[in-house]
Ligand binder design. Structure first.
Ligand SMILES: Cc1cc2nc3c(=O)[nH]c(=O)nc-3n(C[C@H](O)[C@H](O)[C@H](O)COP(=O)(O)O)c2cc1C
Length: 166
């Protein structure tokens, strides 16, 4: 099964978390590719992917315009409808709007007809409500959250396998 992670990253932190999610997905034996919206993407691979996770830094408590622009202008013809979708964010502060950043992306995924996956609290700890978040200005949160991102990637891939390969 093919899975993808698509992100925007200006200073590298969202890219690092995208790679960690990809690593968690690979634990299930899935093929995984991570793409920046600033590079040319393997569109055939994306068309064949069963699930895509989107990531953005938090800018003014919402997702970066480059990620929204990609979803608005560049995602057509990729058959996103029916694929599993998820989202994650990086941010400075707990009160900085990472949750609204994730929800802004998930809202677009719903409009695109994707099946939205959050990680869910049903799986127990770590509880991931809307999607994983890494905060770079709150003590050691950024480093400590890496385990949560890996688990999110693994859970996302396991759900995609259950939905599409069963
Ligand atoms: C112009 C700008 C606006 C930002 N706005 C917010 C914000 O509203 N809330 C927040 O918590 N962090 C904010 N940040 C911090 C970034 O979201 C955070 O550093 C992020 O991890 C950067 O990701 P990147 O390294 O992938 O570019 C902002 C950073 C910049 C440069």
């Amino acid at each position: 099964m093919k899975l993808a992670v698509i992100y925007y990253s200006k200073t590298g932190q969202t890219k690092e978390m995208a790679e960690i999610i990809a690593g968690g997905m690979r634990k299930t034996g899935s093929d995984v590719k991570a793409f920046s919206v600033d590079e040319s993407m393997d569109r055939e691979y994306l068309k064949e992917s069963s699930g895509v996770v989107f990531g953005s830094p938090t800018y003014l408590a919402t997702s970066h315009w480059r990620l929204s622009q990609w979803l608005l202008e560049d995602s057509s013809n990729l058959s996103l409808a029916g694929k599993l979708g998820g989202a994650f964010a990086t941010a400075h502060y707990a009160q900085g709007g990472s949750d609204s950043t994730i929800l802004s992306m998930l809202g677009i995924l719903l409009v695109k007809g994707m099946l939205v996956y959050s990680g869910g609290s049903a799986f127990g700890k770590p509880f991931i409500h809307h999607g994983p978040v890494a905060l770079d200005a709150v003590g050691d949160h950024y480093e400590e959250s890496k385990a949560q991102f890996e688990i999110f990637g693994q859970r996302f891939a396991e759900k995609a396998l259950e939905l599409f390969e069963a």
